[in-house]
Design a protein around this ligand. Structure first.
Ligand SMILES: [Zn+2]
Length: 293
């Protein structure tokens, strides 16, 4: 960089421009906070402050480093890299149905109720109503703080749920594609799902947590997942009555959300096996035809 400045061959760097180092010119030990840099005065050793939450990157490979100045502080940006583990050998697909009564229903039969979410939502709605009726400036400030707290609660919930799901012994997770639907009937329930930001957040958290473990997230065609029988694939509006699913054709009875999650799992598995060679972690495809339509 110094040479470049002298030769005037590149854009001139200012005195406070950041400097990039690669493994030939630096060495960093994140766990002990030791940094070695090659400078124009030779190799120098420094002590850096490494935040606790960097711990999970201690074992990763350091690729490059950026040294910069920000008002009073010297900042070191460390780029670390880790190979995504080989595609998980498990080929089973877990179907996940997001809904109102159960935040998530899993195709293994587990139900994750939204009782706690609803309780917190009700609490905040109540507080909001009280503050809104006051209308003072401090009430407005409190309202903003309230919104932030509610958001953080939901985000924490999504983090812990997706962490748990990603750790389950499945090779892929299938969820309804809430964005990609182009044609066909969408329905009221589906529209409600699509506009719920908590579901979108759930999917994006699940995607990166699954990816970290070499697993996949499959986006499936959401049409008729709750009206189709997971047993005989018959589709009828009458199959579903409230929270129970009762197939008019084969008489199969099940929890409605569990039945939907099993359809999601089956559609996901179809994509998973058809695309044997997959090199992108987010896979989206639609069944060519929906049986019975
Ligand atoms: Zn049936």
């Amino acid at each position: 960089m110094l040479k470049g400045n002298k030769m005037n061959s590149h854009t001139k760097k200012r005195l406070d421009s950041s400097i990039r180092f690669d493994p030939r010119t630096m060495k960093v030990f994140l766990d002990s906070g030791i940094l070695q840099l090659t400078t124009h005065l030779g190799r120098k050793k420094y002590k850096i402050k490494v935040p606790d939450y960097f711990q999970k990157y201690f074992a990763w490979e350091v690729k490059s480093l950026n040294l910069g100045i920000n008002k009073k502080h010297c900042l070191v940006k460390v780029v670390v890299e880790e190979k995504i583990p080989e595609q998980s050998r498990c080929s089973e697909v877990l179907g996940i149905d997001l809904g109102m009564r159960n935040f998530a229903a899993l195709s293994d039969g587990q139900l994750i109720p939204s009782t706690e979410i609803n309780r917190v939502k009700r609490k905040y709605a109540h507080l909001r109503k009280e503050l809104q009726s006051k209308g003072t400036r401090s009430a407005k400030k409190k309202l903003q703080a309230l919104a932030g707290r509610e958001r953080r609660f939901m985000s924490g919930w999504n983090h812990s749920l997706t962490k748990y799901l990603a750790s389950l012994p499945y090779g892929a997770f299938a969820v309804e594609d809430l964005k990609g639907i182009r044609k066909g009937r969408k329905g009221k329930v589906f529209n409600r799902k699509r506009s719920n930001w908590a579901y979108a957040q759930f999917q994006s958290y699940l995607q990166y947590k699954a990816e970290e473990q070499g697993k996949f997230v499959l986006l499936i065609d959401p049409r008729f997942t709750s009206q189709q029988c997971k047993n005989c694939l018959h589709i009828a509006k009458e199959n579903r009555k409230g929270k129970t699913f009762h197939c008019q054709e084969c008489k199969y009875i099940s929890d409605a959300d569990t039945n939907a999650s099993k359809n999601i799992s089956r559609r996901g598995a179809k994509i998973f096996f058809e695309q044997a060679v997959v090199n992108q972690p987010y896979i989206s495809a639609y069944e060519n035809k929906v049986v019975g339509v």
